[in-house]
Design a binder for this molecule. Sequence first.
Ligand SMILES: [Zn+2]
Length: 244
Amino acid sequence: MVKKEHIIISILVILILIFGMLIINETLLKGDAKTNESSKVTREVLSNSTDEPGTVEVIKNIGNPNGKRIAYVVGVHPLEYQTHQTLVRMLPEMDNLTNCYDIYIINVTEDVGHYGDGSSDNSQGRQNGQNLAYRYVYPEILNGNYELAVDVHSNVGAYPYRTFVFSPVKEHTSAEYARNVADSCENISYYAPDSTTSGPFLTIPLNEHGIPAFYFEEYSFAPQDDKDKHMMELIFAVDKLKFI
Ligand SMILES: [Zn+2]
């Protein structure tokens, strides 16, 4: 004879199982919805060849997928990674962006060098990053329907300004965009050094072939809070630009 308690316990176990399955199902459905929501942002590898001194990746479709397309580039000079990481951390977290952003990420792994080694300004790591930029990032941006490219760097304070934007090509649309950005930022100036080492590998040929490209320079040793504040100013100012 089946005891009454056994029947009650069996019914309870069955009810718990049913509820459990409902909850699991619900969670899976929500998970799916979330994946779809964020799946417009993709991360792709452009090069991970062992013949190269590093890798190149791109995070695509940040912001408004129907907006104008803008490319950010980080990692051309590997020692400047703190500023690069600041952009890569902050830009994908921004809400209500007007434009659509792709971030090209160069990750030099050979001869990165280090500050204070006396050779950081001409270390092989800088040339490695510049070569990767020219081989893998330049053609993508040139053929990618972009209104603008912003190459993100930092400096050790040898210029009259520490946080600034500039175009390596004077009297160019890119210089106008960079000036507009500086005008609308409290902490970002316009200052164009006479020459740059990386210009010939990315920003100069982009400008010469119809894609406006300018530099953002941060002070390498600025506190992280300042780097965040300046990056926020840059991101907002670029997002407000009126493109010609
Ligand atoms: Zn640099």
